[in-house]
Design a protein around this ligand. Structure first.
Ligand code: HEM
Length: 217
């Protein structure tokens, strides 16, 4: 039955060729270090799913943010699990993406013809850090508030454009409801949209070019 449905769709949409190119393509003999890219992809997917679930109860305003997180942790069925996965997933993602980048660098996989894969990867790393920075403020507790105060102060210390950048990040002089709103908007709409775009480009290139073999001595 599944096969019949599959070939019915394939005859009309050519999905078999896509399946072949993505899942049945030939790859060189590699080792476990080559799984770091897929591990990053797995955690990114998990962050999308758990993040969407968190938005069901999280409220991005100064008078409700902290309480809504406590509510998720203590009163919602499996809320602690969803938030825990999202919280630790954030650190895991930074670590995995960074290790994946080290693997690519160490094995020289950034060289021709994979320069564009590397550059799209650099954007993915910056986006991952952006997620961490904007997400950290959302629980609106003391740690979040002061970490973002320090973070935005660091941005403010950049010569010439620093004050402007700090003002844009904070939405004014201090950390207020405006800051929380724009960090939330960036965290759940802007960054995910750009991340999806860059993951698509990155994976397209990985599949189109094929992955590199581990270098010989
Ligand atoms: C969200 C972040 C990222 C995801 C989901 C991701 C995903 C992947 C996947 C699935 C592969 C193929 C398997 C592998 O080689 O591990 C790959 C390959 C590659 N990635 Fe990433 N990646 C990310 C970040 C980065 C970063 C930060 C860089 C470098 C700055 C990078 C550069 C590359 C390159 C050059 C390849 C080709 C490697 C080869 O052909 O051997 N990626 N990526």
């Amino acid at each position: 039955m599944t096969l019949k449905v599959g070939s019915w769709i394939d005859e009309r949409a050519g999905t078999g060729a896509i399946w072949q190119a993505v899942f049945l393509r030939k790859i060189p003999k590699v080792n476990w270090l080559y799984a770091l890219g897929s591990a990053s992809l797995f955690v990114a997917t998990m962050q999308f799913v758990t993040g969407i679930l968190l938005t069901v109860y999280y409220v991005p305003t100064p008078d409700h943010a902290y309480d809504s997180v406590q509510y998720i942790m203590n009163d919602i069925a499996f809320g602690w699990l969803i938030r825990g996965l999202h919280h630790w997933g954030a650190s895991a993602m930074v670590l995995l993406v960074f290790l994946h980048m080290l693997r690519v660098f160490y094995m020289g996989a950034y060289k021709f013809p994979r320069e564009m894969t590397w550059v799209s990867g650099v954007f993915l790393l910056l986006l991952t850090i952006g997620f961490g920075f904007t997400g950290y403020l959302l629980p609106w507790d003391q740690k979040a508030y002061w970490a973002t105060t320090v973070g935005t102060n660091i941005a403010g210390s950049v010569p010439l454009i620093g004050e402007l950048v700090k003002g844009v990040l904070r939405g004014g002089e201090n950390l207020t409801a405006l800051t929380l709103a724009r960090f939330f908007g960036t965290h759940v709409w802007v960054l995910p949209a750009i991340l999806l775009l860059f993951i698509t480009v990155h994976l397209y290139l990985v599949i189109k070019i094929g992955i590199s073999a581990p270098p010989k001595e």
